[in-house]
Design a protein around this ligand. Structure first.
Ligand SMILES: Nc1nc2c(c(=O)[nH]1)N[C@H]1C(S)=C(S)[C@@H](COP(=O)(O)O)O[C@H]1N2
Ligand SMILES: [Mo]
Length: 200
């Protein structure tokens, strides 16, 4: 079993980067996974609302999001359906740019991502407030395609990829956690690829 798994790891890839039970996609293949249709976005009326347990709620237009400082990270992604991709570059806005502007209150402990068509997923604030978390609009140097979440998606690479919500429209800071779309349907709220917390 172990030999079989290792035989699928391409030369030059450190096997320690691949969480248990995951398989790499072909380098040119990024699977698509979502519930429901791809939204049609009118970028002129699009907005991102940041609200809830914050001192200074804000609503940003798409131009305002793109005018924020741009950050690029290299990150590995791991889907609960057992595919991973390593080493893509992701462009967007560091989450700290948003946190500095809205100032979460001392009561804020969790953040709910709200997306088109009501898709939701939540994270503890310390998981969100990390160096590898982006409000992401670019991938390997081009804008994301609509299928992969353009105009904006969350990128939280250290969690299973359903936490990286596509078509993001809101961030709600909360004192208590609520379960998101997949978490209500049996996915494990921890979503940690290294612990394999896949399902409840
Ligand atoms: N808005 C929204 N975001 C979503 C989903 C979804 O159904 N709706 N699916 C999640 C799941 S289960 C996965 S694996 C990733 C897939 O992202 P990709 O299609 O860009 O690979 O998006 C996540 N974000
Ligand atoms: Mo997924």
């Amino acid at each position: 079993m172990d030999l079989f798994r290792r035989s699928r790891i391409p030369a030059g890839v450190d096997p320690k980067r691949i969480p248990p039970g995951q398989t790499l996609t072909a380098p040119d293949r990024w699977p698509l996974l979502h519930f429901g249709p791809v939204p049609q976005t009118d970028i002129k009326t699009w907005s991102l609302k940041v609200f809830g347990e914050v001192e200074n709620p804000i609503t940003l237009s798409y131009d305002e999001v793109r005018a924020l400082p741009r950050k690029e990270i290299v990150a590995d992604i791991h889907c609960v359906t057992a595919w991973s991709r390593l080493g893509d570059t992701w462009q967007g806005v560091a989450i700290q740019e948003i946190l500095q502007r809205v100032k979460p209150t001392s009561a804020a402990k969790y953040v709910m991502a709200h997306c088109e068509y009501g898709y939701t997923t939540s994270l503890p604030l310390p998981v969100l407030d990390d160096d590898d978390v982006l409000l992401c609009y670019g991938w390997n140097g081009s804008d994301l395609t609509p299928e992969h979440g353009w105009p904006l998606r969350l990128l939280v690479p250290k969690k299973y990829f359903w936490k990286s919500a596509k078509w993001l429209r809101g961030l709600e800071f909360m004192a208590k956690n609520r379960l998101g779309f997949w978490e209500q349907r049996g996915y494990h709220d921890d979503a940690d690829p290294w612990q394999e917390t896949r399902y409840w």
